[in-house]
Design a binder for this molecule. Structure first.
Ligand code: SF4
Length: 247
């Protein structure tokens, strides 16, 4: 955790180690980075998150090549498109992933907070909170490091994304940091991976069906998410889940 001492920011040894690892991985390709963090640096205490959205297949394929038992965390909000759930199952089977973890909202929360499944209309932040943030927060302490699909090209705020970060709770590994959108497309096609079926129907960013619309050609990829509302992010505190599509 970054500590304030007399208004000066002091780095912890973990921040220093993240910088050291980022320097080490400078010039490494994504597969080499993943192999080192999965088999060496964070062996046995690393997981990845996946929204099983439009970009997901590339990172899942890379991880499966190294260790199919790597935990893959999926936030099953109970509001996903059925195509996403089918795509998840198809990819898991094709890649031989053996440790898919479906995190679902607590039943008591569903009953107490959203008994009519309409909270996404009246208070989407509260809906995301109990369907995504709380279930994910419950498992963050179980792992020292998280693999993320975030990329520098996705937003100005990610332009300086490091390959390894420390956020005060855990290390975040971004092996695709310097990948472009075309790199992802090329990788998926070169490796014969299936594409999410909604991509060709105009959904470049895919979340819950209640909060996702198709976009016109040339529009921002995320403009179909919570369209017509101020909301642009799900608000998950563990930003590793924000793989460019969010959920
Ligand atoms: S994206 Fe919409 S339906 Fe899904 S958890 Fe957030 S507010 Fe609820």
């Amino acid at each position: 955790m970054t500590v304030l001492i007399n208004n000066l920011v002091a780095d912890t040894p973990e921040h220093e180690y993240a910088r050291k690892l980022s320097a080490k991985y400078e010039g490494w390709n994504a597969e080499s980075i993943l192999r080192d963090v999965i088999e060496h640096e964070f062996a046995g205490t690393i997981a990845m998150t996946s929204s099983f959205g439009a970009d997901a297949a590339a990172l899942l394929h890379l991880v499966a090549k190294i260790d199919r038992t790597t935990p893959v965390i999926f936030l099953d909000t109970d509001r996903h498109f059925f195509q996403t759930l089918q795509y998840r199952d198809e990819l898991v089977e094709q890649l031989g992933l053996t440790n898919l973890v479906n995190l679902r909202p607590a039943l008591e929360d569903v009953r107490a907070l959203d008994p009519k499944n309409t909270l996404f209309q009246s208070d989407p932040d509260a809906c995301c909170n109990f369907r995504k943030t709380r279930p994910l927060a419950a498992v963050t302490k179980d792992y020292a490091a998280w693999i993320s699909g975030r990329k520098r090209h996705q937003a100005s705020t990610r332009a300086n994304l490091s390959v390894v970060e420390y956020d005060g709770r855990g290390f975040k590994i971004n092996p695709l940091a310097n990948w472009t959108a075309q790199d992802v497309t090329d990788y998926i096609r070169a490796n014969g991976l299936p594409e999410h079926p909604l991509v060709e129907q105009g959904y470049p960013s895919i979340g819950c069906f209640t909060c996702t619309k198709p976009v016109e050609a040339g529009q921002d990829a995320r403009s179909g998410r919570w369209a017509g509302q101020d909301k642009t992010e799900c608000g998950i505190h563990l930003s590793v889940y924000e793989d460019g599509e969010g959920i």
